[in-house]
Design a protein around this ligand. Structure first.
Ligand code: NI
Length: 379
């Protein structure tokens, strides 16, 4: 990639970083994408796909194959803590803490590379996905007929990856990222005076036992060679120092890499919660959200992703999967897919950290890998 294109992409990325839009609110980001695509010379652009999704099509020659490249566009409800950064978020309480600003711009860069390249033939779909961060953007796009209206035989995507050397590509055979479900548990007791506990049913005491007991799920419900995570991340209950609360709400997440582990965790969570409820005489309800599936790479897409990676960057194939989740899994469940990580460098803030900033140095590698993987998938 020439320095001029890298400089333009960097400026676009910083514009998006300064103007983050949360899940389901990406209208301005989508409009920015459409304008940049038009500036590059892309004419076939569909908007409003599954919300603020954009699908652009670049077709060339007489090839009848098609391939999709995916980027996510949304920001997170996190207040940015980068006071000295000239392109820091201008939206209070919202920031691009996961680098989706970089993913979006890298796909624009791939469009520029593909438009300038006469060596390929076929149809490339540029899929700009909204609402990746837990709001079901991929499912919304699929429900809106994504692959029916814009057919593709394979789909590829990537995520910037802190902790991996700058520009190194990591590719997995099989699972890349975990499946998971959000969980909410409500414990309903009987409120009463704090000094008359025998007349009440204390949901806070029950919640305490429940919090400890769910940590036995992974160690005593899963096969020891299987992998899972249970994290309770929210707790809410009580309003007065001298009252036994009427109810307590807990929230968190379950994660796993294979579906039998997922089923065991979900069933075990309900069993433990109901048992704790019975033990302490409080009502318990467990709600598990839809969540997402495992992001699993397909062998045929892996082979193409590996060739493309080897052409543009150092490649690692020895990393274990991450227990974070990816909405890309929805697409990977429908057509053969591969999802890679591209190293953002060591020592910087992690994803979802309030001081995170996408590393613009990896834009050329990311755009080149996307363009290469598309060309090789069409060949
Ligand atoms: Ni992300």
């Amino acid at each position: 990639m020439d320095a001029d294109l890298h400089a333009r992409l960097t400026a676009w990325r910083r514009h998006l970083h300064a103007n983050p839009r949360l899940s389901l609110e990406e209208a301005d980001t989508a409009a920015f994408v459409v304008q940049r695509l038009r500036d590059l010379g892309v004419t076939d652009i569909a908007t409003g796909i599954g919300g603020h999704g954009v699908v652009a099509t670049i077709a060339r020659g007489d090839g009848n194959r098609s391939v999709a490249l995916r980027a996510d566009m949304d920001a997170l409800p996190i207040a940015e803590e980068n006071p000295g950064l000239p392109w820091r978020s201008t939206v209070p309480g919202a920031m691009h803490a996961c680098g989706h600003d970089g993913h979006t711009v890298a796909l624009l860069g791939a469009a520029a590379l593909l438009l300038a390249d006469r060596s390929w033939s076929g149809t490339v779909r540029l899929v700009f996905q909204p609402a990746e961060e837990g709001a079901g953007g991929a499912a919304r796009m699929l429900a809106d007929g994504l692959f029916r209206r814009f057919p593709a035989q394979r789909i590829f995507g990537w995520h910037n990856w802190p902790g991996l050397p700058v520009g190194t590509i990591a590719l997995h055979d099989g699972p890349v990222m975990a499946a998971g479900k959000p969980l909410r548990i409500t414990l309903e007791g009987v409120p009463g005076h704090a000094a008359l506990p025998h007349l009440a049913r204390d949901p806070i005491l029950a919640a305490g036992h429940l919090i400890v007991a769910v940590q036995s799920l992974v160690s005593r419900t899963l096969d020891p060679v299987s992998t899972g995570v249970v994290s309770l991340t929210m707790i809410e209950g009580g309003t007065a120092l001298n009252q036994i609360a009427g109810s307590v709400r807990l929230g968190g997440t379950l994660r796993w890499l294979d579906d039998s582990a997922g089923a065991a965790l979900c069933e075990g969570l309900r069993r433990i919660a109901e048992g704790i409820g019975a033990t302490f005489g409080v009502g318990v309800s467990v709600e598990l959200g839809d969540g997402i599936g495992v992001t699993a790479n397909h062998p045929e897409a892996v082979a193409i992703a590996a060739e493309a990676a080897a052409a543009v960057a150092p490649l690692r194939r020895d990393l274990p999967p991450a227990m974070t989740g990816e909405d890309f899994s929805r697409f990977a469940a429908v057509i053969p897919a591969a999802f890679v990580w591209i190293g953002a460098g060591e020592g910087g803030p992690e994803l979802h950290h309030p001081a995170f900033d996408f590393n613009d140095a990896i834009l050329p590698v990311a755009s080149r890998w996307l363009a290469e993987v598309a060309k090789r998938s069409l060949a």
